[in-house]
Design a protein around this ligand. Sequence first.
Ligand code: ITT
Length: 205
Amino acid sequence: MFYPNKIVLATANPHKTTEIRNIIKTYYAKDLDIDILPRPKDVGEIPETGDTFLANARIKASRIARATNLPALADDSGLLVDVLDGLPGVNSSCYAGEHASDRANLEKLLSEMEGMTDRKAGFVTQALLVFPNGDELSATGEIRGEILGFPVGQNGFGYDPVFKPDGYAMTFAEMKPDLKDSISHRKRAFIALFNRIVGLKDTSV
Ligand code: ITT
């Protein structure tokens, strides 16, 4: 495996792109001499047919690595609610149906959880870098919290308005982006992954 000078992002979600770029810029500005390129516009929708975060991250990153002949970085993430046995999980983006809006997914979650007292949940991110030859580096990140009974806050995306991380008195959607990006599942996964990528500098031949 070699230290790459370019990495292409596999996500088509603009919120995730902004968060990933912000995390990399904040924590790796000095160490990283890698160009982070956006997902090419001419790659169509990539069906996420896997039943794990890792399988779906691999589907997305491999497709973009093949299309660009560059190392590609995928993020597959979701919300796992304890009392729902880990749902919506890998189906977080389509919980209320294929191409469902963030709002529809969130409303379905709130209605499924109506009256439930156990509100514990966690966000998980699987970050995966796939090289054109199939080599991989991976890392995961998680943050625990609880699901409120109604949405609060305007920032972020997805389930952010109902997720209150443990130790904070506000939802992800009430936080300034820099605060969410300093504690999130995504930050934890991408810091772990980029530590490995930076480590390649010493081992590349
Ligand atoms: P790509 O596959 O193109 O990266 P996506 O939005 O389809 O974009 P996922 O398949 O990983 O991404 O689905 C993640 C879903 O989980 C996302 O649509 C949200 O509903 C939810 N989610 C993930 N991270 C989140 C976060 O930080 N805040 C709120 N919701 C999040």
